[in-house]
Design a protein. Structure first.
Length: 114
């Protein structure tokens, strides 16, 4: 089982990034997917969630209206489009698959700074 995040990096405030999480080794289409983030010295925070079929989503209040989660079950990939980024969005972002059992990716660093 693997979840591999990509797309992180350094971006200026107000900029955008698109994170991807490629899944393998399990039946991706049966799993709800989440994006979490963890900033230094802080608890891991749920950012966004998408249902297994992709029809339902939810977001943390801090990201609502700026972030969009989506998935492509044919490509076994979940995405997080992040717009209007703020310095407080700086964190390591993790994808998480859950359906009874659960799996985590290794994380990708997002740094928002001028």
């Amino acid at each position: 089982v693997q979840l591999v995040e990509s797309g992180g990096g350094l971006v200026q405030p107000g900029g955008s990034l698109r994170l991807s999480c490629a899944a393998s080794g399990f039946t991706f289409s049966r799993y709800d997917m989440r994006w979490y983030r963890q900033a230094p010295g802080k608890e891991r925070e749920l950012v966004a969630w998408i249902s297994s079929g992709g029809s339902r989503t939810s977001y943390a209040d801090s990201t609502k209206g700026r972030f969009t989660i989506s998935r492509n079950n044919d490509k076994n990939t979940v995405y997080l489009q992040m717009n209007s980024l703020k310095p407080e969005d700086t964190a390591v972002y993790y994808c998480h698959a859950f359906s009874g059992s659960d799996y985590w990716g290794q994380g990708t660093q997002v740094t928002v700074s001028s």
